[in-house]
Design a protein around this ligand. Structure first.
Ligand code: ACO
Length: 344
């Protein structure tokens, strides 16, 4: 097994500060009843094992960039300025394998000419994207970064696989980050990131990349779909999110009781509860929208933050812990004090 872990040393006084946030979910909703009509499953199984009741899905013809543009527009509006020097898009479902999707998104947002590229870290894409944006700002490469996390996850889900079809869904969330002071509200705190590629087979799309293409063997259609070994993944998700969270909280100089809001990747309600229990964060401080949006991959944390802020569950001054886990395996955690922003 290969493992790696990275924490962000404080090397600069320029922090990335959240100054705008927006989100978007496609209008079509799939209920558990819709799924039970075509899969060997039940509303009771889905609710008790995952906590999901409904999810939003794209309709034919809608791609990740369409979701990303909607969320990006809202974040820029929330920030009160349509300016960004860089557009970073975290996604597992790019519009096509080449080129990256971010340049097209930037162009459609009127940000043509800005640096634009994709970040691939599956469900940890938003936290890896925050690290990327923070680095661009700290290094003086950019003063303002639009970070979007978007996934049309259902486009890689096998509709006949009850193990994944009931969980994954589509959506997008975005934040605008500006250069600021590490101590001000909205400043992204110390980031803890890690990966374990020795377990990459637990979450994968087997075909479509250079490994399969260079084999000369045509892929079976089902190899283009996402596969997840749920039970094995579960254990690693709880372990790594708990450990990364403890480390991020300590590096911020906080203690778990200081955390006002726990915002974890919405993988599964039971995983969220297990991690929050281990961190001794009471239920009243746990943000969750998985019941209504399912697991939206990389989009899930900014979508959660935007919806919670819009609903008044997350307000200026709250000390927030973010943590994620997903394919790679890749995980992360960070902290921030919620800024005075209007989520759109
Ligand atoms: N309806 C009914 N039965 C089902 C369904 C379903 N939708 N799906 C699976 N089952 C069955 C299985 O076939 C199995 O039956 P068997 O015992 O006869 O073989 C039984 O339920 C138990 O299956 P498990 O997969 O062990 O069920 P579990 O309780 O572990 O729940 C789940 C599955 C929800 C996927 C859970 O394991 C999980 O959430 N894992 C972690 C997911 C995660 O965190 N992923 C990382 C982030 S996402 C990302 O990176 C893209």
């Amino acid at each position: 097994m290969s493992t790696s872990a990275m924490t962000s040393p404080v090397v600069t006084d320029r922090a990335a500060v959240i100054t705008g946030i927006g989100s978007y979910v496609p209008p079509d909703v799939v209920t558990n009843e819709d799924l039970t009509a075509r899969l060997d499953t039940s509303d009771e199984w889905i609710r008790t094992r995952t906590g999901i009741a409904t999810r939003h899905v794209v309709t034919p013809g809608t791609a990740t960039s369409d979701l990303a543009v909607e969320a990006g527009q809202r974040a820029l509006k929330s920030a009160g300025s349509a300016v960004a020097d860089a557009v970073v898009l975290a996604t597992t479902t790019p519009d096509q394998p080449c080129p990256a999707t971010a340049p097209a998104v930037a162009s459609r947002l009127g940000l043509g000419g800005a640096a634009a590229f994709d970040v691939s870290a599956v469900c940890s894409g938003f936290l890896y994207g925050l690290a990327t944006a923070s680095g661009l700002i700290a290094a003086g490469v950019a003063d303002r970064v639009l970070l979007i996390a978007a996934d049309a996850f259902t486009t890689i889900i096998d509709p006949r696989d009850r193990g994944t079809a009931v969980i994954f869904a589509d959506g997008a969330g975005a934040v605008v980050l500006r250069a600021g002071d590490p101590q001000e509200p909205g400043a992204v705190g110390p980031l803890v990131l890690g990966s374990d590629g020795g377990l990459s087979h637990l979450i994968e799309v087997p075909a479509g990349g250079s490994r399969q293409r260079s084999s000369g063997r045509p892929a079976a259609p089902e190899e283009h779909y996402f596969r997840m070994r749920g039970r094995d993944t579960y254990r690693h998700a709880v372990e790594h999110m708990t450990r990364a969270s403890h480390e991020a909280v300590a590096r911020a100089g906080w203690r778990p009781p200081d955390i006002d809001r726990f915002a974890a990747h919405q993988a599964n309600a039971r995983i969220l509860a297990a991690v929050a229990d281990r961190l001794e964060i009471p239920p009243s401080r746990r943000l969750s929208n998985i019941e209504h949006v399912g697991n939206t991959g990389g989009a899930s944390i900014p979508l959660l933050l935007a919806q919670a802020a819009a609903a008044g569950q997350l307000t200026a001054g709250h000390k927030v812990l973010l943590t994620s886990f997903g394919g790679g395996l890749a995980w992360g955690a960070t902290t921030l004090q919620w800024p005075d922003v209007t989520a759109i």
